[in-house]
Design a binder for this molecule. Structure first.
Ligand code: ZN
Length: 439
């Protein structure tokens, strides 16, 4: 059995390779049924052990896993607090339309944003740790591959050496021709298996690199989210200070607030009456313009709109929002889009400017007609770049948003910096969301 002994000398590196393969992929080991007897006495070469230590090794992975676990607990704790807060906000809302309720709800909303910022911060830390972990795994994987390549090299050298033995010698050493053929066959199988193990390691490496890219993308998204939340908190803080100054004005007397609400309702009714009157005249005004102005080039649109401002902070009051009626006692025929004071408003489609009402500190608005009975209105504007009779192209800046109580254009009934956006079809208020791209 001379030939088998000579192959025996390569038994050690092959076992090492499969021990390495087992270390990264237990599933791979299950398919192997050849001699593992050398694994225990020679699990890793000294050189390889040094590489592992330099990479940090499994101890470092354990530490990272522990820290990721801690992060998860922190995030769960914040989620618990968020849940409780939502209940508190609902309870405060149910108390009705008083200024104190408004401030209590706002406090809740500020805390809500604060918690979201905190949570996003923790998620960023967690993703940082996950990236570190994947990087660590990649380092280990790369040293595994380097080790396997070395072992494969040795293995092929041994095979080559054994091929130097003359066929006659081999035939003589074997008791029969079939023994000889078996030996050749098992050598081939071993070489193929070794190649397979190396391929498997490379596939795992690619998977880890892909995971790293996914995590990096997640990290970018989270950083953007954090920036957005910081803006949101600034808007809410502004809203709260607006409400607090309102509270000072009313000398903490709810009766005064009622008076303010009544003023707001009068203002609302007046604006509505004015807009209705304009609405009924729009067709006539545009026709007249077309007949008398040779430069008039307004072309009615197809009824689709783009967002006049970026709705990055979502919608704070919907069309016919029940919360709105509860607070202000009137229905909300619009959507409110929170945005910092003085954000540029873009025409959502080609339009004819029907009106810019500048009401000083009262409620100011811009009214556009897009033809075919569709109009849009921008409430609480601090200023306008357009005036009645102008035509604008989709995307043109028409004015600036407002809404902070006590600032130009805000009027009496406002909840903080936002764009109040209305759409009407043949004079009837319709839900703007039906005309806009979905959020
Ligand atoms: Zn509104």
């Amino acid at each position: 059995m001379k030939l088998h002994r000579s192959y025996g000398s390569i038994g050690i590196p092959v076992a090492v390779l499969f021990a390495a393969a087992l270390f990264v992929s237990p599933a791979l080991g299950q398919t192997q049924d050849h001699d593992h007897s050398h694994e225990d006495e020679y699990p890793f070469g000294h050189e390889e052990a040094d590489i592992l230590e330099a990479a940090g090794g499994p101890e470092n992975l354990e530490e990272l896993n522990r820290r990721i676990g801690d992060q998860k607990e922190r995030i769960e704790d914040i989620e618990g607090r968020q849940e409780q807060l939502e209940k508190d906000i609902e309870t405060a809302k149910a108390e009705g339309a008083t200024l104190r309720t408004h401030i209590a709800v706002l406090d809740g909303e500020i805390e809500r944003t604060q918690l979201s910022i905190e949570k996003t911060g923790e998620e960023i830390s967690q993703t940082d740790l996950e990236i570190l972990k994947v990087e660590e795994e990649i380092t280990i994987q790369e040293s595994d591959i380097a080790r396997s390549r070395k072992i494969l090299g040795e293995f092929i050298r041994e095979l080559y050496k054994s091929d130097q033995a003359s066929t006659l010698e081999i035939l003589l050493a074997n008791e029969s021709l079939s023994d000889f053929l078996d030996a050749r066959h098992s050598t081939q199988v071993l070489e193929e298996e070794t190649q397979l193990a190396l391929t498997e390691l490379n596939v795992l490496l690619e998977e880890l690199q892909w995971q790293e890219r996914v995590l990096e993308t997640k990290q970018e998204t989270l950083t953007q989210l954090k920036g957005r939340l910081d803006d949101e908190k600034a808007i809410l803080d502004e809203e709260k200070s607006g409400k607090q100054s309102l509270l000072a004005v009313t000398e903490e007397q709810e009766a005064n607030y009622e008076e303010l609400l009544a003023q707001a309702q009068t203002e609302h009714r007046n604006a509505e009456a004015e807009i209705s009157a304009l609405e009924s005249d729009i067709k006539k005004i545009i026709e007249q313009e077309r007949n008398t102005n040779p430069d008039f080039n307004f072309v009615p649109g197809d009824g689709t709109l783009s967002w006049p401002i970026n709705p990055i902070h979502g919608i704070s009051a919907y069309f016919d929002d029940p919360d709105y009626i509860r607070f202000f006692g009137v229905p909300h025929g619009a959507i409110d889009v929170p945005t910092p004071q003085n954000t540029a408003i873009h025409a959502p489609a080609d339009a004819y400017v029907v009106k810019y009402r500048n009401a000083g500190l009262g409620y100011s608005y811009i009214l556009l007609s897009h033809g075919n009975g569709l109009t849009t209105l921008y409430g609480h504007v601090t200023g306008s770049y357009v005036t009645a009779g102008d035509t604008v192209k989709a995307g043109d800046v028409i004015g600036l948003t407002g809404g902070t109580p006590g600032t130009p254009g805000a009027g009496y009934r406002t909840t903080g910096p936002h764009l109040h956006f209305e759409t009407r079809l043949n004079g009837t208020k319709v839900n703007p969301l039906n005309y806009l791209p979905s959020l």
